[in-house]
Design a protein around this ligand. Structure first.
Ligand code: GLC
Ligand code: MG
Length: 425
């Protein structure tokens, strides 16, 4: 987060399951559309926040299964745990505020008396969150009765019903909304209050996000009954909250457009962009475009044409030749690498094959020379692997950005770390 010294242009605070992630879309298309939009137009000056009900354990599992970007801030366990950056540094200040009128032992004791409640997995029981499953038909009565009993025991708790099955008990001061309010206050005190904030959700535990002042909100089209009911009763007249027509991440992109928060055309929705090479002088965009082309080339979704290859070669520095350092350590010329890529046209046709880039950050080293650092991920079948990548670009008069040097090393999380042979770039 420190990389931003001025107020972020946009802060997106999004739930994951059934909001950022569409579990009904095995192709993850709307998520991939969001990813390329974010990396191309927002990463450099905006903040991405994930706010999930999942514990750190289940959050990390989801990251392995789905093409999720790396957020700047991660709020987990229904707003009871906040962490920052890639290494997920916990916010201890936030945790301290949650002990007010909270006693885990008492919550466990009282809930144990309800036969309607089924305890969730051990990983989902957290210091400030106790979670159960409960039948829809019994949720309201149980919630009422439980609140009374815990109040009698001197606690002040919040009980949230989500997804028509999950019941979470949290300290009154916790929850996704309170965590967002805390974050906004913190950013403000640092002089980095976002110019706009957009909250995105689909279920009961997201409702609070939509009652934070000055925050735009989108309930994705597939929002749960309990959230729509909450909205009808509490926020119907708030023009800053919409119910999107599109599912999941598609609804987030739609809201960015409707509220005019910035660009909302995902590079994935552009079919042919090699043509506009000369006008484009944004190095981050160049990277997003190239790897999208690479995916389409291998999926056989772009024509196998010499013009494409020639255009790619023309975008590499020729004298002395541009260099590519493969993750194996081998050095090749960039032009040879493009020649090699030519042979792979359509090799992933009809197969599960997707490519995305994460944390694209460009820095101008000298006037007209750029270093772009990012992670390039590739999903082939059910395997994900990724490389930390650096690209050096030079802006050349009339030619746009020219690729000078690409260097890759296997990322730590990569599953097939040493399989060098099947990695092209
Ligand atoms: C996630 C959590 C679960 C919680 C639910 C609703 O699924 O894993 O513990 O009950 O979100 O907040
Ligand atoms: Mg959800």
């Amino acid at each position: 987060m420190e990389r931003l010294t001025s107020p972020p242009r946009l802060m997106i605070v999004s739930d994951l399951d059934h909001t950022m992630v569409d579990h009904h879309d095995p192709e993850n298309l709307s998520l991939l559309r969001f990813n390329s939009l974010w990396e191309h137009a927002y990463r450099h000056d905006s903040l991405l926040v994930f706010s999930t009900g999942r514990s750190p354990t289940l959050y990390k599992e989801l990251r392995k299964e789905k093409p999720l970007l790396t957020p700047d801030i991660t709020i987990m366990s229904v707003g009871t745990e906040i962490t920052y950056g890639n290494s997920m540094v916990p916010d201890h200040g936030w945790v301290d505020t949650l002990n007010h009128k909270w006693d885990l032992g008492v919550v466990k004791e009282e809930t144990g008396k309800f036969s309607e409640l089924t305890l969730q997995a051990e990983t989902e029981q957290r210091p400030h969150k106790v979670s159960f499953y409960v039948d829809k038909s019994k949720a309201q009565d149980v919630t009422k009765e439980l609140s009374l009993r815990l109040e009698k025991r001197g606690l002040d708790v919040k009980i949230i019903y989500s997804g028509g099955m999950d019941l979470d008990i949290l300290p009154q001061g916790a929850g996704k909304g309170q965590a967002l309010a805390y974050l906004l206050k913190k950013l403000k005190s640092e002089g980095r209050l976002p110019l706009n904030t957009l909250a995105c959700g689909d279920s009961g535990n997201d409702a609070e996000l939509f009652s934070i002042p000055d925050v735009y909100g989108v309930m994705v089209s597939n929002a749960q009954e309990e959230l729509l009911k909450w909205h009808a009763e509490n926020a119907k007249d708030n023009p800053k909250v919409i119910h999107a027509k599109e599912r999941c991440a598609g609804g987030i992109i739609q809201a960015v457009g409707e509220f005019k928060l910035g660009p909302n055309l995902s590079p994935r929705d552009v079919s042919d962009f090699l043509e506009c090479r000369v006008e484009n002088v944004n190095p981050g965009h160049e990277v997003v475009k190239f790897f999208l082309f690479y995916e389409r080339w291998r999926r056989g979704e772009v024509e196998n044409s010499e013009a494409y290859i020639a255009s790619l070669k023309a975008s590499c520095v020729s004298h002395p030749g541009g260099v590519f350092v493969h993750p194996s350590g081998a050095e090749k010329s960039l032009v040879d690498t493009i020649d090699e890529l030519r042979k792979y046209h359509g090799d992933k046709q009809g197969k599960k094959f997707r490519v995305w880039v994460d944390q694209v950050l460009a820095t101008e080293t000298n006037h007209g020379t750029w270093n772009v650092k990012f992670d390039k991920w590739e999903q082939s079948g059910d395997e994900h692997r990724g490389c930390t990548t650096t690209v050096k670009f030079t802006a050349k008069e009339g030619e746009g950005l020219v690729w000078e040097r690409v260097e890759q090393t296997w990322s730590e999380e990569s599953e097939l770390k040493k399989d060098d042979s099947s990695w092209i770039i």
